[in-house]
Design a protein around this ligand. Sequence first.
Ligand SMILES: C[S@@+](CC[C@H](N)C(=O)[O-])C[C@H]1O[C@@H](n2cnc3c(N)ncnc32)[C@H](O)[C@@H]1O
Length: 248
Amino acid sequence: MSLGNVHYDEKLASVYDQMYPIEFDTSLAVDLIASLAPAGGRVLELGVGNGRIALPLAARGFQVHGIDGSEAMLAVLRERDEKGEVTAIEGDFTETGTGHTFDVVTVVLNTFFVATTREQQISCLRMVREQLLADGKFVLEAFDPTPYHGMEKPEFSMRHLDDGAVMLDTLQVDRSHQLMYATHTIIDGGRPETKHHVLRYAFPFELDLLAELAGLRLVDRWEDWERNPYTARSFRHVSVYERADAPA
Ligand SMILES: C[S@@+](CC[C@H](N)C(=O)[O-])C[C@H]1O[C@@H](n2cnc3c(N)ncnc32)[C@H](O)[C@@H]1O
């Protein structure tokens, strides 16, 4: 399926775990999300990918649902989910809801920014609101755009994937539209292919306003999954929202 902006094809899916070698963060994220849901509660992950977060949550007894636009990432998830514990559907979470309600809805690793217009971001947040139970929580992890918003020229970097493969990354920012254009090229001895990603970044205070427009309110913000305080020096945030009509 084509989501315009989502290009996690088989190639990217095959190197995903090396692209994001963040095992330490995974267990902290799972702990925090688990602490916000009742035992055996219902959790939805937007952009569930290969199940990095969803599978350990399901192993802890939560009823986990996920939505993802990439067939290739979902194929890896199904392969890893031997007991079929995660209910995963293929779809665009910026346009489609699941039709169910949850104790926790989460979107991690900047994935929310794949909604590339302000309107798309609001509509995505409205769908989150619709999928939250009355006392449910929405957990969003994203980078703080400050270092990127001032970028004057493209940046180039390289990641080591394994002994025979590297990934070349370029990053450009159009701050007039808060858009970030990234390319990823894998050099592994095969034919190099370049994947393009576009993100519409938003500052935390804008996210809070968009969330308010969608009927959500901020309840907590930390700089990481360990609940360290969010400060002027934080370059990412883990933010928790609830329904604006939730009992105080
Ligand atoms: C950075 S990965 C995160 C995967 C997983 N949540 C994790 O933490 O490892 C982003 C995921 O979001 C999916 N994705 C991106 N845009 C999407 C969209 N509009 N609708 C559904 N899935 C999307 C991609 O296919 C990919 O699996």
